[in-house]
Design a protein around this ligand. Structure first.
Ligand code: NDP
Ligand code: 8X3
Length: 252
C-alpha cells in the first residue's frame, strides 16, 4: 500500500507517516522544509524498511504541485491514499484588524493547496476505481470562534470539500474522510503566533491537549477499515475541551 501525506515534516503529518510506515505502507511525503523531510524519510526507512519518496514543494504553488506530481513515476503512481494534512493558521485577530497577507497564506494553503493536490492525485485513484482521501479539517471547521474568522472559514471549506469529494467520486469507489480535531499540541501555535513561544505555550497551558500521535491513530484507523466502510467525519477533542469555546484548564 502507498500513501501520499502532505505536511509530513512535523505534527500530525509526521506522526501519521510514522504510523503508516510502522504498518508497512510505502510513503510519498511532502513539505517545504527539505532537511526535516529527508530526516523523516531516512528515519522511517531505517526503522520500518519501507520505501519513501520526498517531494519538497509548497502546496500553494500550482506549478510546483504539478511538477512534483508529474515526477511520480512507475509503481509509485499506484497511490492508495492521499492524506491532505498540510495546513496552518496565521495570526488571530478580528476581521477589521486582520492582516491580509495572513488571510492569503491560509486561503492559499488550506483551501487552494488541498484542492491542487486533490485535483492531480484523485485521477490516479479513479483509474483503479478505489482509494481513499483523508482531509484534515478542524473543530474550527465546525464552530467559528472569536478572532478565528479566516482560519475557521478555510476549515469550513475543507469540511464542505470533503462532502463534495464524497459525492463527486462515489461512482469511482473512492472513500473520503474528514478529520476534525480540537486542540492538538504540535508546531501549530508556534506557526500561528509567528514564533512567539510564550503565546504558543499559553494555548496548551493547564490542559492535557491531544498529541499528534492521537490524531494519527484515528487517521490510520479510518484508513484501515475494510474497503466497503467509509468513515465520513470524526470530531476529536481532548477530554478537557467540550467545544471550540469551553476548555477546562485545570487538567494538566
Ligand atoms: P504543524 O505546524 O506541526 O504541521 C503543519 C505541516 O503542514 C508541516 O509539515 C508543514 O510543513 C506543512 N505545511 C504548512 N504549510 C505548507 C505549505 N505551504 N506547503 C507545504 N506544506 C506546508 O501543525 P499540525 O500538525 O497541527 O497541522 C496539520 C494540520 O492539522 C493542519 O491542516 C492544521 O490546520 C490541522 N489542525 C491542527 C490542529 C491543532 O490544534 N494543532 C487542530 C485541528 C486541525 P513545512 O513547514 O515543512 O512546509
Ligand atoms: C486548530 C484547532 O481550535 O486551535 O484547527 O483552531 S483550533
Amino acid at each position: 500500500m502507498t500513501a501520499l501525506i502532505t505536511g509530513a515534516t512535523s505534527g500530525i503529518g509526521k506522526a501519521s507517516a510514522e504510523l503508516f510506515a510502522k504498518n508497512s505502507w510505502n510513503l510519498i511525503i511532502t513539505g517545504r522544509r527539505k532537511d526535516h523531510l529527508e530526516a523523516v524519510a531516512a528515519d522511517l526507512q531505517k526503522k520500518y524498511k519501507i520505501k519513501t519518496i520526498c517531494l519538497n514543494f509548497d502546496v500553494r504553488n500550482l506549478k510546483e504541485v504539478v511538477k512534483n506530481i508529474d515526477s511520480i513515476k512507475g509503481e509509485w503512481k499506484n497511490i492508495d491514499l492521499l492524506l491532505n494534512n498540510a495546513g496552518l493558521a496565521s495570526g488571530l485577530s478580528t476581521i477589521q484588524e486582520g492582516n491580509i497577507e495572513d488571510w492569503e497564506v491560509m486561503i492559499d494553503t488550506n483551501i487552494k493547496g488541498l484542492l491542487y493536490m486533490t485535483r492531480y492525485i484523485a485521477p490516479m485513484l479513479i483509474e483503479k476505481n478505489k482509494g481513499h482521501i483523508i482531509n484534515v479539517a478542524s473543530l474550527a471547521g465546525k464552530q467559528v470562534y472569536p478572532n478565528g474568522n479566516v482560519y475557521c472559514a478555510t476549515k469550513f471549506a475543507v469540511d464542505a470539500l470533503s462532502k463534495a469529494m464524497r459525492m463527486d467520486m462515489i461512482q469511482h469507489g473512492i472513500r473520503v474522510t474528514n478529520i476534525a480535531p480540537g486542540l492538538v499540541e504540535t508546531e501549530f501555535s508556534m506557526v500561528r503566533f509567528k514564533g512567539d513561544a510564550e503565546r504558543a505555550k499559553k494555548t496548551y497551558e493547564n490542559i492535557k491537549a491531544l498529541s499528534a500521535e492521537d490524531i494519527a491513530e484515528i487517521i490510520y484507523w479510518a484508513a484501515s477499515r475494510p474497503a466497503h466502510v467509509n468513515i465520513n467525519d470524526i470530531v476529536i477533542t481532548p477530554t478537557a475541551q467540550a467545544n471550540a469555546y469551553i476548555v477546562n484548564r485545570n487538567t494538566k
